[in-house]
Design a binder for this molecule. Structure first.
Ligand SMILES: *[C@@H]1O[C@H](CO)[C@@H](O)[C@H](O)[C@H]1NC(C)=O
Ligand SMILES: *[C@@H]1O[C@H](CO)[C@@H](O)[C@H](O)[C@H]1NC(C)=O
Ligand SMILES: *[C@@H]1O[C@H](CO)[C@@H](O)[C@H](O)[C@H]1NC(C)=O
Length: 401
């Protein structure tokens, strides 16, 4: 069966960032409405039959950070509630997406079918809204959106970000209709904002000195039970209780801040080794993508070396570990993370959470998505130059099969 995967990586610039001449205008929709419906049915089934909540270290309020709770929807999508304007409008359910750099919510003028079920922002009703009017259009891996920019106060992680430029979406792809999300909050760099240079909410948190440390920690829980609130985006501090006891972070520089783009030197699966060219395999660290995505030129060897994931989940524990070498460190991906459990109305099926993506679609980029980021808590550090990403094994038990 087809797994449904969310790919919120900005695709328009992927190619140009990588010096490729291909430029996408509108991303291909990867899923038909029927597939999206199947996903939603599966999600509902999972919620109604889900396992009890696991107990886990909760955010330690003694740190100086500002936590934004995100809800894990089936290990596929993590969603935060934010509000916009004065008085606050929303809440809008947004993906906090390190693979893109625009904040947008549905506009009260949106005519797309996808908007009809969403809360819609009305700038006229906000006393802090200021007209901007620039058009914006953002193609993501699984759908596009377009509209115009406005300036207003945005409330996220308990912070009030003033004069934030955000998109009022007048057009939203069908993809968004069936997903439990209203908009996206991009956390990558303004190099890939649309239009280029529009400051992101993270930029404004920093320039408005809302954070005691200019960094973000992400912890994505494996818990998919209804009402799960363990996953967090912690702005302004690092909470070591999310790190597996005895482990520590290793950091890798982001040499060209656009995406959170890092370079790997090698990927091994058992005795199979994919050696990256001398510049390295470019990899985007992306909270907005469910899977590990591999450029089509490189994918075959890795996926073959992993072998077949039995849909009845019976061989998950015997599948190999995938090892990514980054800055001389190894990021080991366990099969319990790179295999996704897909709940259908009747049963649980296991599918590989690794896909080949066409180089023409996103450039020769690997995407280290949520299958990686559940296993490793990450720090997105903008207090240093160049910025850097830190990885440490997360303090949670692996999913069981
Ligand atoms: C987000 O808002 C919706 C709608 O108000 C609410 O049902 C949901 O519980 C909220 N989620 C969180 C994590 O606050
Ligand atoms: C937007 O808000 C204004 C002011 O409250 C109101 O007059 C107008 O009807 C609203 N527009 C829509 C389309 O709801
Ligand atoms: C659900 O399970 C029943 C009994 O095992 C089977 O007859 C039916 O075909 C299944 N339905 C689907 C949609 O897989």
């Amino acid at each position: 069966m087809q797994t449904v995967v969310v790919l919120l990586l900005l695709t328009a610039l992927a190619a140009s960032v990588m010096g490729n001449s291909v430029r996408m205008t509108v991303a291909k929709q990867r899923h038909t409405p029927a597939q999206a419906e199947a996903w939603l049915a599966g999600y509902k089934a999972r919620v109604s039959g889900a396992a009890p909540m696991r107990s886990l270290a909760k955010y330690n309020a003694a740190t100086g950070g500002h936590p934004q709770t995100v809800v894990n929807y089936g290990d596929e999508l993590w969603v935060a509630n934010i509000t916009v304007g004065t008085p606050a409008q929303g809440p809008y359910r947004v993906v906090l997406d390190t693979g893109s750099s625009n904040l947008w919510v549905p506009s009260v003028f949106c005519a797309s079918a996808a908007c009809s079920t969403k809360p819609r922002y009305n700038a006229t009703a906000s006393t802090t809204a200021v007209a901007d009017g620039q058009p914006f259009a953002v193609p993501y891996g699984t759908g596009f959106t377009a509209g115009s920019l406005v300036i207003d106060t945005v409330h996220v992680a308990g912070l009030n970000i003033k004069s934030q430029k955000l998109g009022q979406a007048d057009v939203m792809a069908k993809f968004f209709e069936d997903e439990p999300l209203d908009g996206i909050l991009g956390l990558a760099f303004d190099e890939i904002s649309e239009p280029k240079g529009v400051p992101t909410p993270f930029d404004n948190m920093i320039s408005q000195k809302l954070l005691s440390k200019d960094l973000l920690q992400v912890f994505l829980s494996n818990d998919v039970a209804p009402g799960n609130t363990e996953s967090v985006f912690l702005f302004g501090d690092i909470d070591e209780s999310y790190v597996k006891p005895g482990a520590s972070f290793f950091y890798v520089n982001v040499d060209f801040p656009s995406y959170w783009l890092i370079r790997m030197t090698q990927v091994t699966v058992g005795s199979f080794a994919h050696k990256c060219a001398f510049l390295g395999c470019a990899a985007v660290v992306d909270t907005g993508t469910t899977i590990l995505a591999i450029p089509s030129n490189d994918a075959k060897g890795v996926i073959e070396a992993v072998g077949t994931v039995k849909s009845d989940c019976s061989n998950v524990d015997s599948l190999p570990t995938i090892s990514l070498t980054i800055s001389g460190n190894k990021l080991d991906l366990a099969p319990q993370y790179y295999v996704l459990k897909v709940q259908t109305s009747n049963s649980t099926e296991c599918v590989l959470g690794i896909e080949s993506i066409p180089v023409e679609e996103a450039g020769p980029l690997w995407i280290l998505g949520d299958v990686v980021l559940r296993q490793y808590t990450t720090v997105w550090d903008r207090s240093v130059s160049p910025p850097r990403v830190g990885f440490a094994p997360a303090n949670q038990p692996p999913p069981t099969f």
